[in-house]
Write a protein that binds this ligand. Structure first.
Ligand SMILES: Nc1ncnc2c1ncn2[C@@H]1O[C@H](COP(=O)(O)OP(=O)(O)OP(=O)(O)O)[C@@H](O)[C@H]1O
Length: 296
């Protein structure tokens, strides 16, 4: 009997991709044991190509389980379902629908676009600071606004689990920072007591520390859990917290897990920060992200 507090559970989970021809199989995730509680915000980081998206897609029901178990509320995931919403890096809005009609799309296809759902869509737009563009079309919005619409749309179906795959990865640093704060605000305002359960993939270590209750660091491919770290900081997390020693220490732990050789290198070659703590150079995009510079 699954615990009522567990939203998602992976046990000894193996995932991969079968080649269209020749029957070959690329293993992407190996023996993953992950348990995500209701209302928890879990962020996954890991090297490029390690299997983060594959895991998210499996949770979305788009990649089949090769071995082990993957369960949502104690039931095996065997396909997509309305209780999970997926947000990608690029907002995939319908260009012929207004902003409001885009947000109402999910409830509409589910056949439950009643007065409550219409009101809820407006409320979400309001929460996302987009009430004033409800009647505009996607091409009339900035990239950041489009991604906010995308988030509102994902929340409009009232999913039990929100899946976000680098949702801010294509945005400039300033817009990304603003949207991280927006997301936290919406996430906190939207839940009962806490926010919705969320699983968020990013390459940006700062973003992970800011958003997460818990960060899972995936190893290089095939993904295993290299580090699991609880971000023990109260919410709401103010922007100033990003500059605290505690914040940077969390980032350092994550970077050390991503680059096990980094600890020694850092002692030998101190080029990631200057004496006054300002970033100088960062040879690695993940270091660059931690230091607030755009990833290469
Ligand atoms: N549709 C597919 N068919 C075959 N192999 C795939 C497919 N999608 C991903 N892979 C392979 O699975 C592995 C994991 O890819 P995945 O996209 O999950 O990594 P990722 O950690 O999300 O990478 P990134 O951070 O670069 O987005 C890689 O070896 C990749 O080449």
């Amino acid at each position: 009997m699954p615990s009522p507090d567990i939203c998602l559970e992976a046990r000894q989970l193996r995932l991969g991709h079968r080649a269209r021809r020749g029957g070959g199989f690329t293993l992407a995730c190996d023996n993953l044991d992950i348990s995500i509680a209701e209302h928890e915000f879990v962020v996954i980081v890991g090297p490029s190509g390690c299997g983060k998206t594959t895991f998210l897609e499996a949770v979305a029901g788009l990649v089949p389980v090769a071995d082990g178990a993957l369960e949502l509320h104690g039931r095996p995931i065997d396909g997509p379902g309305p209780e999970r919403s997926l947000v990608f890096q690029h907002a995939s809005l319908f260009p012929w629908r207004t902003v409001l009609a885009n947000v109402q799309f999910g409830p509409q296809v589910q056949g439950r676009l009643d007065a409550t759902a219409r009101e809820r869509a407006k409320e979400l737009l309001d929460m996302a600071g987009l009430a004033h563009v409800a009647d505009k079309y996607p091409h009339e919005l900035s990239g950041g606004m489009r991604q906010r619409v995308n988030l509102a749309r994902a929340l409009a179906t009232d999913p039990a689990l929100l899946l976000l795959d680098e949702p801010f990865g294509a945005l400039d640093a300033q817009t990304r920072e603003n949207l991280q704060e927006e997301l936290l605000r919406i996430w906190q305002a939207d839940g009962v007591g806490n926010g919705k359960t969320a699983l968020f993939v990013t390459h940006d270590v700062n973003e992970a520390v800011l958003l997460a209750d818990r960060v899972l660091v995936f190893s290089p491919s095939p993904a295993r859990i290299a580090l699991e770290i609880t971000i023990d900081a109260p919410r709401p997390r103010e922007a100033a917290w990003r500059r605290s020693a505690e914040f940077l220490a969390y980032g350092d732990q994550i970077l050390d897990a991503l680059h096990p050789s980094r600890d020694t290198a850092r002692n030998d070659d101190d080029d990631v920060s200057t004496a006054d703590g300002e970033p100088a150079t960062a040879a690695d995009p993940l270091d660059a992200a931690r230091l607030g510079a755009p990833a290469q």
